[in-house]
Write a protein that binds this ligand. Structure first.
Ligand SMILES: Cc1ncc(COP(=O)(O)O)c(C=O)c1O
Length: 468
């Protein structure tokens, strides 16, 4: 039968019901539509393809299709083939209860200043496509097979060069592991830390609860160390009993925006050396510094005590799900083991494309162009706030894609509520406060990187309108 299979067309799993071929096929198709397995609009294979796949005469399928069209189950139109009819009484898909394409639409805000996203409209589509073409053309066949769990060597080599040059990371390709976002890397580190019998990982008193929760899921508790105007008070690490690791955002504390003071960097490394602890460095937006050279990575101070984690989520787009860990040599094997069998490696085409994107200089060009765009927006934000809300302090503006605006005490909730009514999405500073942290000031975390270029001015206007 194999040689009669059509080498073209779409697959359809259908088994004629009963003895008659034509009526059996019709019954099976009716059943599939009735139960919702074939949803309205689904394109069926051509009669020739289905006949070849089922090993029956083409006319039998053509007749069955024609009758089902006449009965209203299917539609046939020149150029768009035979499809399941969009009948008013069509049931939802089997087992899913509803058509995912018909998901209730959550109203998107008219303006979005939520932190956490770059300007997605700036994704360098054309350059990325060019890099994909070059990378896939040059890739050996072997590249498309099961490969090194650390990731493609081309990408590890390109990252090693880039990170050493641009971020001051000590980055040998042998100790780089590619992962699917920072959250993936953190999850892997959670497992490794537990295997090392670490029970407590300190975190900053402001940060993302999703990261704290991932550590908790790995079985780690997350006591916090305070954050002030010089960044995390790393000198306090020795005072928190039983801490085996600390998660830090040294280049640009998230969300307060303060770079970790050099003395605090040194204190963190001293703590790690003297206690045998590990520093997890989240360098999520280290490329974007506006007033002077980006602050180099902490990892450069002691590559054996710091796990450096970078991501393409801010520099390119979160949807890529590409990130990298630069590990102390002794942890490389363990991190790969922690990945386990189902999480063997990230998709090769995107890895190869990113490698080419970096090696060709397109990554540097993109980061530079975006740095100019975000710096201009930051300046416009600061200017507009100085005019509209002269008494309020804006901080964390030297770097990154967000700034913090301090608000008069007790107004945080009402400002965010007013913003929601105006169709402006905003985030409260308190949203990022650790549950054990001292009470802090009211404020807004303004993600000025998030809107598209065309949406930026409107978002800024909307922000100015909702301020008290
Ligand atoms: C503080 C911080 N770390 C890391 C990330 C990047 O996460 P991922 O690489 O999983 O997209 C983000 C993204 O919003 C972030 O805000």
């Amino acid at each position: 039968m194999t040689d009669s299979w059509a080498a073209f067309g779409a697959d359809l799993h259908i088994e004629p019901i009963g003895p008659g071929l034509r009526s059996g096929l019709m019954d099976a198709l009716r059943e599939a539509v009735r139960t919702g397995r074939l949803t309205p609009g689904t394109r069926l294979p051509s009669s020739r393809t289905l006949a070849a796949d089922l090993g029956i005469a083409r006319n039998t399928v053509a007749d069955a299709y024609a009758e089902l069209v006449a009965e209203g189950w299917l539609t046939a139109r020149q150029g768009s083939g035979t499809r399941v009819a969009r009948r008013a009484d069509a049931p939802g898909p089997v087992g899913r209860g509803r058509d995912p394409r018909a998901r209730p639409v959550r109203r998107r805000p008219a303006h979005n200043l939520m932190p956490g996203s770059p300007d997605l409209s700036a994704f360098p589509r054309a350059e990325w496509l060019k890099a994909t073409r070059r990378a896939l053309t040059a890739a050996p066949d072997m590249a498309f097979g099961y490969d090194d769990p650390r990731g493609r060597v081309e990408l590890r080599a390109a990252l090693a060069d880039y990170l050493a040059r641009a971020r001051g990371v000590y980055a040998d390709p042998e100790r780089i592991v590619i992962c699917s976002g920072f959250v993936h890397g953190l999850t892997l580190m959670g497992k490794v830390l537990r295997r090392h019998k670490v029970r407590r990982t300190a975190v900053e008193s402001y940060g993302l609860d999703i990261h704290w929760n991932l550590l908790a899921e790995a079985g780690l508790t997350t006591p916090c160390i305070p954050v002030d105007g010089l960044g995390a008070r790393t000198g306090a690490l020795g005072e928190v009993p039983g801490v085996g690791a600390v998660l830090l955002t040294p280049a640009h504390q998230f969300p307060t925006g303060v770079p970790l003071h050099p003395d605090r960097r040194a204190a963190a490394v001293d703590w790690a050396r003297s206690s045998g602890g590990l520093i997890l460095e989240d360098d999520y937006d280290g490329e974007f510094r506006y007033d002077r050279q980006p602050v180099g990575a902490l990892q450069g101070l002691d590559p054996e005590r710091v796990v450096y984690m970078g991501t393409a989520s801010k520099s390119l787009a979160p949807g890529l799900r590409l990130a990298w860990m630069v590990l102390p040599e002794e942890l490389v094997e363990e991190v790969c083991e922690a990945k386990g069998g189902f999480d063997w490696m990230s998709g090769v085409p995107d890895q190869l494309t990113l490698a080419e994107f970096i090696a060709s200089g397109a990554y540097d060009r993109h980061v530079r162009a975006m740095r100019l765009r975000y710096r201009r927006r930051r300046d416009e934000l600061v200017e507009a706030l100085a005019e509209r809300a002269p008494g309020f302090r804006v901080s964390g503006i030297a770097a990154g894609l967000h700034a913090v605006l301090e608000l008069p005490e007790g107004t945080e909730q009402s400002v965010v509520q007013a913003a929601t009514w105006q169709g402006l999405a905003l985030e409260k500073l308190s949203r990022f406060r650790h549950q054990d942290a001292e009470p802090g000031r009211d404020g807004l975390v303004i993600g000025y990187g998030t809107p598209s270029e065309s949406g930026w001015a409107g978002a800024l206007d909307a922000l100015c309108r909702v301020l008290p």
